[in-house]
Design a protein around this ligand. Sequence first.
Ligand SMILES: CC(=O)N[C@H](C=O)[C@@H](O)[C@H](O)[C@H](O)CO
Ligand SMILES: CC(=O)C(=O)O
Length: 288
Amino acid sequence: MKGIITALMVSYDQDGNLNEKGLREIIRYNVDVCKVDGLYVNGSTGENFMISTEEKKEIFRITKDEVKGQVPLIAQVGSVNLREAIDLAKYATDLGYDALSAVTPFYYKFNFNEIKHYYNSIINAVDNKMIIYSIPFLTGVNMSLDQFAELFENEKIIGVKFTAGDFYLLERMRKKFPEKLIYGGFDEMLLPATVLGIDGAIGSTFNVNGQRARQIFELGKQGKIEEAREIQHVTNDLISEILDNGLYQTIKEMLKEKGVDAGFCREPMEKLSEERIAKARSIAKNHL
Ligand SMILES: CC(=O)N[C@H](C=O)[C@@H](O)[C@H](O)[C@H](O)CO
Ligand SMILES: CC(=O)C(=O)O
């Protein structure tokens, strides 16, 4: 479960209904064209926090079915509704997902004991492994090195998806937890995170830019820093244009430009104007 892992996009139709055919096409594009090492299902990029429990299960099921064992699968099951998280953890485990992940519980200012209870409750309910999903800029939840150490005392908690720019903390974690899996979260900082020794990365832009991400990761690990930096520069020209135009909507339009039925984002995310659709299409033409 190392390497370049796509935070999988999901296709919704104009009315926001799950588009199974489109989801299958996105999966195929990731596996066959971007050639990524795994899929992270129902993360932020999957618009997970805007959909129902039944839809989450449907996405887990379709993805497992379409992938046919070609790459490992990680199921993001985190929810402020702990019962839902446990239910999803059981569902994904029964389907055969290789690992689970859960976002730190957010919205209420849970204390660390509550966060620890949340992780242990989810993972101790199933025969599976857990990857903590830490994304402080969206959740407001910051954990210290000592707090990560306390969570990692549970041997079923095998790693962390670290979507943060705190590279001091990342370095401290690498030193303190050599046996845990650490995944980079910000695709635009893949090279510096690789230099600090991450085991892999999980990201949204790998849905379209997975091949360059792999090059950055491989070259970085080999110490070919200048070559890797050139590819990070090209990648970040791409990512900055995507971010300026609307992250998930733009990646979907880029997939459509590649013939993938990626659909639309779920409300309340807005639909792109004609002008921004044209911009997204031109980003795909110029950079992919
Ligand atoms: C919130 C979100 O989508 N985060 C992703 C991973 O955690 C990243 O892949 C970013 O989308 C990407 O780095 C662009 O900022
Ligand atoms: C990594 C990311 O974007 C996600 O959680 O989907």
